[in-house]
Every structure is written in structure tokens, then in C-alpha cells.
Design a protein around this ligand. Sequence first.
Ligand code: DAH
Length: 347
Amino acid sequence: MRKPERPMEDKIKAIEARIHAFAIQTREHLEEFRLQFISKKGELTSLFDELKVASAEQKKLLGKALNDLKKLSEEKFKTGQDQLESAAVGQSFEGDLTLPPIPNKIGSQHPLSLTRYRIIEIFERLGFNVEDGPEIEDDWHNFTALNFPENHPAREMQDTFFVEKNPDVLLRTHTSNVQIRLMKNRKPPFRAIMPGRVYRNEAISARAHCFFHQVEGLYVDTNVGFADLKQALYHFAKEMFGKETKIRLRPSFFPFTEPSAEIDISCLICHGKGCNVCKYSGWVEIAGSGMVHPNVLRNCGIDPDVYTGFAFGMGIERITMLRYSINDLRLFSENDIRFLKQFKAVM
Ligand code: DAH
């Protein structure tokens, strides 16, 4: 005699009980579990098929129960798999050589590294080299050579960590020190970008930290003009944030550039309409820039009547936050695996 058709609810309950009761102790059990409950030909798939032809009311009622069941089976499978793997780690090679190898857990690249690589990639195609400089710096390279006058309030624009025993030693407040090291030690022309970590004595919040990262850019040659600066940064903005991106230059002040400009990009979130990311202005600042001040060239032994150049500096955190819609700077340094694993795996 044919058994009467059981309503779906009963089937779900019965399968749930069997999943709970299933003991996964060996790889064979794991595979059996997979075939019964997880695989495309498993029992859950046929229940989902049944649900497809059920009435709208039934769908509403049973859809959730079925999804929960699916989750339960997947979790049980994963737990079983993890347990078998960690047990296998302890086994010697004299055990079962037919066991599949334990997969390596692959880490992921830090979002700040991903952004740094992308910035480098974009500027390398414009012929920029990557240069490096020290994080522990002296006053001359961090300030004086960059045309910050002695005792001038400009120095206070950046809250500096000094070493008490020797106030000439400090943690660099920006990557602009590398401009100086480069221009002092080599002959022009220069076309370089200089990524690195910088430090400022700031209270830690969602928007500020006592250390962060910048990329400096420098292009010095005969005949470099403001139009080159604008074009290079416009190209960068489009490559980094998409072809539709617009830029805006606002007059600004830095001791080491004249004229100076802040570079804004059109807001990626609201496309200029106004939102809280761009504080309803439609624009977001991404970099400071300008034409290298003649005094800076002179301080490095370069004749400003022969050579001109542009420079810029941007925050890697800032660009990363815009790129991935991240709203708290602290996430970058907390090492929370749930945050970090959302980014691209290392191959
Ligand atoms: N050093 C500046 C800062 O940290 C950023 C900057 C502005 C760098 C203009 C530059 C530049 O090279 O030209 O705030």
C-alpha cells in the first residue's frame, strides 16, 4: 500500500531531527552527510522543488523553515569539516595517506595595501618611480627644507611627535620629507611617488589617528607647469574612482608649494547631489598639491630658473574609505579579522 503523502512541515521536522542526530566522525560520514543533505541531488533540493509548486500561503509559511533547515545542514557540515581537519593536523603521516591534504588558510591583503598598490599602478603608467624615506626624521627634512619658517605657525598645522632628549629628531608628519631626500641626493628630472606611514599627535577617533599613510608625488623637470599637475591628478581620479569622476581645484596654502591647491573629487556616493559623506557640498577632498616652491628647489641645490615641478600628497586611508565606503578610520588598525577578510585574498 502506498504511504499517504506527508505534508511538508512534517518532512522538514523529520529531516531536522535526522540532521541533529547524524554523527560526523569520519571523512566518509562527512561525504554521506553532504550527499544526503547538501548536494544538488540531496533531500533539501527536492523539498525546495516541492515548495516551488506550493500555494503562496504555504510558500510564506514554509520558505523560512526550509531556509533555516538549509542553514542548519550547512553549519553542521562546516563544523564537521573543521573538526576533521583539525584532528588530521595532529595525525602523523603514517596515518591514512589517501586523505585529501588540509587546505592552507589563505590570508587577505590589507585594504590600505590594496589602495597603495592601485595608486602605484596608476602612477607607474605615467612614468613615476616608487621612492622611500625614513619615518624617523630630522627637523630640516620634515620642515625647514620644505620652507616652513622657524617659529612660524605653519609648523603648528601639523602636531608633531618630538623626541624629548633631542628635539631635532621627530616622527615625520608627512611624506614630503622624501621629496627633499630625493632632490638632495639625485639629479633632476624626477618623477616619483613616495608612499609611507606618517605620525601626528592627534586624539584617536573615527576620523583621525596618531598614525596614518600618505602618498607623496613629485614631478620636476624643465617645463613642468600647472596644467601637468591638473591633468595628472584628473587622470588619477578617473582611474581610481571611475571615468565619470570630476575634479575641482581650490586655492590653498602649503609652505612648500606656490601656488597651492586642494584637489576635490565629485562625491562618489551622491554624484554631486549632496549627502553626508560630502557634507552636502557634492565634493570630497582627496589631496593637497601645488607647484614646488622655488625655495624648496634651492634648498636641494636645484636651480628654479631651469627646473619647475609639481607635488601632491594624499591620504591612503581617505582614498580607501571612499573606495570601499568605510566610515571609521580605526578599523584599519584594529586587526579585526571580520573586517580584514572582506578584502581580496593573497594568491
Ligand atoms: N604634506 C601635506 C600634508 O601632509 C600634503 C601635501 C600638500 C603634500 C601639498 C604636497 C603638496 O606635496 O604639494 O598635509
